[in-house]
Structure formats: structure tokens, C-alpha cells
Ligand binder design. Structure first.
Ligand code: PMP
Length: 355
């Protein structure tokens, strides 16, 4: 047994539970990780194959060409983009770049389970502000939770796992209330799925507020979860700091070229997003018709607040061939996937007591 002491922060670290995988050989739909149900486009597979022949070389350390393409697609300058091995890594780099030991980071809860982990690993203290019963972030309470020790506020919009997006008017009030030396991170991992007209426009907010950083990803709408590419959008001075805190060569050459090919195929990929959004509407409508109370979803998943029944419900789904994500004692998150998967899921949901 090793006598080497681990960092104290690790002792209290909550687990990051990956979405269930189907047992080998078993027929099951995986609706547990908010993935894109579509396979990569042929043009993206071709870019991956082309990139493979160069993997004896290191990648472009700062993913220059990809950063330029992302910047052009968003209408920001290339020095505002910092890519990372998934937006979860980009979040870690943002926190490492700004947090000193003991700083506070205000975050919604329940929200993305990686937040408390990333905050602790950055040496900071997480301050959790409960999400409302309607699944919406309580931005007023989050602003009130800001103290002189607060360095960062994490705003997840749409919120994983509950679904609603933050509205423009509430975000404007929140930003007016928060001191301008507090960094506000808008995690927009699911932004392409948002159809709520009241939802905040992250890019417009970013343009107005120098203390706002956006996090985005190629894992969801762009279907590249397995290649791990995400990015932060920040003012150039902040972006330089985040870059300095990043893992060197954090985005592989294969991932860089696949993300570039995906950006080129953006229109086609966004049409797929439209079909996921339509399937989301079908799922929400059917659940409500079955008598369920479910929050609005602006992402590619739906939240069922099942309380103590969460785990048994997820087991029941698994037996029916659908893997969903339980949060014990709280609820179940089901990703929007293949229509056949929705049908199977709705069969299970019709058989249990509604809430
Ligand atoms: N933010 C949110 C809100 C998420 O739900 C996820 C993925 N589950 C991520 C960030 C991270 O995505 P990735 O690291 O694949 O870019």
C-alpha cells in the first residue's frame, strides 16, 4: 500500500458517474449521456481517416485553424477562442486560470455533475444554490450568494439535467447585480437545441459583458462526443490566461480535423438538431398526456422528477432495453434519441405512477 498522501480535496470529491453502457451483445438504446443519436457524416469520417495518417506527429498545440473557423462562425476574433479536450476540460482550465485557493464558486444545483468536481480540483469552494421545482436556475438567489470571496459563477443554460434555458431578462438583471470582477461562465453545451424565444443569447451577452465566458462543445449537436472537443469564448486577455492553464496538445489532430469538417457541414448537422428538437416535443407532449409533470426542456434530454423512485424507474427502463440516467433520490434524465427509443421509453413511463 502506498504511503503517498493524496490531495485533501480528493477525499470529498463527488463521483462523476458515466451514463450506463449496454452490456456487450444486448440490444439497448442508450439514452443516458445526452449523445447525438446520428452517426458521423461521411465527410467527417473521411476527415478522421485523412487525419489518421499524421498521428505520429503532435497536433497543432493551439488548434489554430479550428480556432479561426470557430471564431468566424461566431463572429468573434480568433484570440477569443480556447479549445480543450471537451468543454469539461475547458471549464477546468477556466477555473484553474482564475481561482486561488479558498475562492468561492457559486453554482446551481442540481446541475452538471462535473461542476463540484472541477471546482474542488481548482482548489476553490463550491457554493450550491438550489434550482427551482420547475427546473429553472434561481438567478436571483445565485446573485445573492455572491460574496467578496466569489471568483466565478457557473450558469448552465440549458441546465443539465433539468432542461430549461435561462431567460434574457433574468440574465440581464443577474449580470447587473454581480460585480464586474466576478467571472460569469455561461455553459452553453446544448445551445443549438434552444428554441425558447425568451432564452438569453449568449453571444450577445458576451459582447456586452467583459466578465462573461461562454463554454461550447462539439459533443452534442455536432455529434463528436467520442473525439472530445470543446471550447471557451473569452476576452483575449482572459483567453490567453485560460490557454496558459490548458493541457498542452489537449485536442488531438484527429479531433481538430473532425471538428473542422463538422463546422463545414454545419447546415446539415443543424437539420439533424431540428429533428431531435421535434422528437423532444413529441416526448414531452406524450409524457404530459400520460399525466407526468416535467419541466420544459431546451436541450436534448428531458427530466422526470421521480424522487425516491428514480433508481427503480431507471432499472425498469433498462429491463425494457432503454438506458436512462438516474440521479438517486432525485430524478431521471432521458436523452432524446431514436424515435423507436422514445416509443419504448414511453411504454415504460405509461406503466408507472405519475408525478
Ligand atoms: N456542460 C454541460 C452542461 C454538459 O452537460 C456536458 C456534457 N454532459 C459538458 C459541459 C461537457 O461536454 P464535453 O466535455 O463533452 O464537451
Amino acid at each position: 500500500m502506498s504511503r503517498v498522501a493524496l490531495r485533501k480535496a480528493l477525499a470529498d470529491l463527488p463521483p462523476y458517474v458515466p451514463g450506463a453502457r449496454a452490456p456487450v451483445g444486448a440490444a439497448a438504446y442508450k439514452l443516458s449521456s445526452n449523445e447525438n443519436p446520428f452517426p458521423p457524416l461521411p465527410s467527417v469520417v473521411a476527415a478522421i481517416a485523412d487525419a489518421a495518417v499524421d498521428v505520429n506527429r503532435y497536433p497543432d498545440m493551439y488548434a489554430t485553424e479550428l480556432g479561426e473557423a470557430i471564431a468566424a462562425s461566431l463572429g468573434v476574433t480568433p484570440d477569443s477562442i480556447v479549445t480543450g479536450c471537451g468543454s469539461v476540460a475547458a471549464l477546468g482550465h477556466v477555473l484553474t486560470a482564475v481561482c486561488e485557493a479558498g475562492d468561492e464558486v457559486v453554482l446551481p444545483w442540481r446541475s452538471f455533475e462535473a461542476y463540484p468536481i472541477a471546482v474542488s480540483l481548482a482548489g476553490a469552494e463550491g457554493v450550491r444554490v438550489p434550482v427551482g421545482a420547475d427546473g429553472r436556475l434561481d438567478l436571483e438567489a445565485m446573485a445573492e450568494a455572491v460574496t467578496p470571496r466569489t471568483k466565478v459563477v457557473l450558469v448552465c443554460t440549458p441546465n443539465n439535467p433539468t432542461g430549461p434555458a435561462v431567460h434574457a431578462d433574468e440574465l440581464a438583471r443577474f449580470l447587473a447585480a454581480v460585480p464586474s470582477d466576478v467571472l460569469v461562465v455561461l455553459d452553453e453545451a446544448y445551445v443549438e437545441f434552444v428554441r425558447d424565444e425568451r432564452a438569453a443569447d449568449g453571444l450577445a451577452v458576451f459582447a456586452e459583458h467583459p466578465n462573461v465566458v461562454l463554454l461550447r462543445t462539439f459533443s452534442k449537436a455536432y455529434g463528436l462526443a467520442g473525439l472530445r472537443v470543446g471550447y471557451a469564448v473569452a476576452r483575449p486577455r482572459l483567453a490567453a490566461g485560460i490557454r496558459a492553464a490548458s493541457t498542452p496538445f489537449g485536442v488531438s489532430h484527429v479531433a481538430q480535423l473532425a471538428a473542422l469538417a463538422s463546422l463545414r457541414a454545419r447546415d446539415e448537422l443543424l437539420r439533424r438538431v431540428d429533428s431531435v428538437v421535434a422528437e423532444r416535443a413529441r416526448l414531452l407532449t406524450a409524457l404530459r398526456a400520460q399525466g407526468w409533470t416535467v419541466p420544459d426542456s431546451q436541450a436534448n434530454f428531458v427530466w422526470l422528477p421521480l424522487g425516491e423512485q428514480a433508481s427503480s424507474f431507471a432499472e425498469r427502463c433498462a429491463r425494457a432495453g432503454v438506458l436512462v440516467r438516474p440521479f438517486a433520490g432525485d430524478g431521471v434524465r432521458v436523452s432524446v434519441g431514436e424515435p423507436e427509443a422514445t416509443d419504448l421509453f414511453l411504454e415504460v413511463s405509461s406503466e408507472v405512477t405519475r408525478r
